[in-house]
Design a protein around this ligand. Structure first.
Ligand SMILES: Cc1ncc(COP(=O)(O)O)c(C=O)c1O
Length: 413
C-alpha cells in the first residue's frame, strides 16, 4: 500500500513524546517487570482539576430536555454562534481587559485545529515560521502537515549554562537579528509556555509585536495556559486586535476548565484574519461543536454575573501554583538538579546533564517513574527532561514520592 509521500515521511519521524508514552504503556510496564499501578508519571501534558459544577449543570440542562438536546444537534455557523462569540468577548474583557467585537472572534474545534488553519490562512509553503527553542512539540509537525516544506527557524531562549531564560533585552536583540536573517511570515510562541512554564515579559513581546507590525509578519500568541499564570499579568495579555492588527491570539477550552475531551477553541484577531479563517474552516471542520458552545455560552454569562468564574479560576490558579512549588521544592530536596521555576502552566524543565532519552529509559526501568525527554521540544533540551505536575494537582503527595524514588535509585538522597 502506498500512502502519501508526506504521511510516509511523517510516519518515519514519530514524535519522541509519543514514543516514550508508548514505552510507558501498561503492557510495556508489565514487560519490564514493573507494576503499572505503581508507576508515577510526570509525563502528562494535561490538567487534573475538576471543571466547574455549574458548567456540568449546563450540560445536564441540555441533556434533560428533549427539545434542547434536539437543538444542540444542529450545525453551528462556521464562525461559531454569535451568542458564543459574545460570551467570549465578554469573558476576555472582564478577565483580562481585552476589547473585542464578535467580528474579531472565530470559534473552532480546538486550538490544535485552529493553529493548522492559521498556518494555511497566513503563510505559503515557501515561507519561514519562527519558533522558539524550546517550544511546544506539536508545532513542527503541524507546520509540516499544513505547509509541507516551509522552513522552521528557531530562536534559542534558554541559556544552557545558567539554566534560565535569557534576559529580555538580550532576547529582543537576538530576535531582531534572527528576524532580519530569516524574515519569517509567522512568529509563534505560547505564554505561559509549554514546556518551560515561563511567561515572556512585556519588553520582549513588544519588540516582537513592533517588528512584526512594521514588516507585516504575523505574531501568534498561544494562550492555552492564559488562566494559569502565577505572576502579575503582563500587559500584552490585554492587547486588542484594534491596536495590534498583526497579532493573533489563539485560545483553548482545554486547560482552564478541564475541557480536554470537550474540545473547543477560539481565535481573536483582526476582522480580515477572521474572514480568512472562516474560509479555511469551511474546508477543515465546516463548523465547531454546537453542544459545547451552548453549555459554554450559558455558563460564562451566568458565572461572570455571579462572580463564580473569577473565584473558580483563582482557586485553580492557586492549586497549580502549589503543585509547582511542591515540584520545585522536591527537586531541590531530593535531586538537586537545575530546574526552572514555573511562572504559569503545568511544567518545569530539569537539566540532567546526560542524554535525556537514555536517562528517561533508565529511570523508568529502574523506578517506574516517567519523565519526558526534552529533545522533542528543541535541541536546547537534549540533556533535560520535562516534568509535568498538571495531572497531580488534586493529589500533590504523589509529586514528592516520585522524586524520592528517583533519588534513591540515583543514590543522591
Ligand atoms: C501550548 C499548547 N498549545 C495547544 C495545545 C493543545 O490545545 P487544544 O487542546 O486546544 O488543542 C497544548 C496542549 O497541550 C499546548 O500545550
Amino acid at each position: 500500500m502506498k500512502l502519501s509521500d508526506l504521511v510516509e515521511e511523517m510516519i518515519n519521524e514519530p514524535s519522541p513524546i509519543r514514543q516514550i508514552m508508548k514505552m510507558a504503556s501498561r503492557q510495556n510496564i508489565i514487560n519490564m517487570g514493573l507494576d503499572p499501578d505503581e508507576v508515577i508519571s510526570y509525563g502528562g501534558g494535561w490538567v487534573g482539576h475538576h471543571p466547574p459544577e455549574e458548567l456540568r449543570h449546563e450540560y445536564m440542562k441540555i441533556c434533560s430536555d428533549s427539545e434542547e438536546f434536539y437543538d444542540a444537534g444542529k450545525y453551528s455557523p462556521t464562525l461559531g454562534f454569535d451568542e458564543c462569540r459574545e460570551a467570549i468577548a465578554r469573558m476576555e474583557k472582564e478577565l483580562f481587559g481585552v476589547k473585542l467585537e464578535i467580528k474579531n472572534i472565530i470559534v473552532g474545534q480546538s486550538s490544535t485545529q485552529l493553529a493548522n488553519d492559521l498556518f494555511i490562512a497566513l503563510a505559503n509553503p515557501h515561507d519561514t515560521i519562527l519558533l522558539f527553542d524550546p517550544t511546544y512539540a506539536n508545532y513542527p509537525g503541524q507546520i509540516k502537515m499544513t505547509l509541507r516544506n516551509a522552513k522552521i527557524a528557531r530562536l534559542t531562549v534558554l541559556n544552557q549554562e545558567s539554566w534560565e531564560y535569557e534576559p529580555s533585552d538580550e532576547l529582543s536583540e537576538k530576535f531582531k537579528e534572527i528576524y532580519d536573517k530569516e524574515k519569517p511570515k509567522i512568529v509563534l510562541f505560547p505564554s505561559p509556555d509549554n514546556p518551560s512554564s515561563q511567561v515572556f515579559d512585556d519588553e520582549f513581546v513588544k519588540t516582537i509585536a513592533d517588528v512584526c507590525h512594521e514588516k507585516k509578519s504575523f505574531m501568534i500568541i498561544d494562550y492555552a495556559y492564559k488562566t494559569q499564570c502565577f505572576i502579575s499579568q503582563p500587559s500584552y495579555f490585554s492587547w486588542s486586535p484594534a491596536d495590534y492588527p498583526f497579532m493573533v491570539a489563539l485560545h483553548s477550552n482545554s486547560k482552564w476548565g478541564r475541557g480536554l475531551g470537550r474540545r473547543l477553541g477560539w481565535v481573536d484577531a483582526d476582522e480580515k484574519i477572521i474572514e480568512a479563517l472562516e474560509r479555511v474552516q469551511q474546508c477543515s471542520i465546516l463548523c465547531p461543536d454546537t453542544m459545547h458552545q451552548f453549555a459554554f455560552t450559558s455558563y460564562v454569562h451566568r458565572a461572570l454575573e455571579d462572580g463564580s468564574l473569577k473565584k473558580y479560576l483563582e482557586g485553580v490558579r492557586k492549586a497549580y501554583k502549589k503543585a509547582a512549588d511542591i515540584t520545585i521544592e522536591s527537586i531541590k530536596e531530593y535531586l538537586d538538579m537545575p530546574c526552572l521555576v514555573p511562572q504559569g502552566g503545568l511544567y518545569t524543565l530539569m537539566k540532567v546533564d546526560e542524554d535525556a532519552d537514555e536517562f528517561v529509559k533508565r529511570v523508568l526501568k529502574n523506578t517506574g517513574v516517567l519523565f519526558i525527554p526534552g529533545k522533542g521540544f528543541g535541541e536546547s533540551l537534549k540533556y533535560a527532561v520535562r516534568i509535568s505536575y498538571g495531572p497531580h494537582v488534586e493529589n500533590v503527595d504523589i509529586i514528592r514520592e516520585g522524586f524520592k524514588r528517583v533519588a534513591n535509585y540515583l543514590g543522591v538522597s
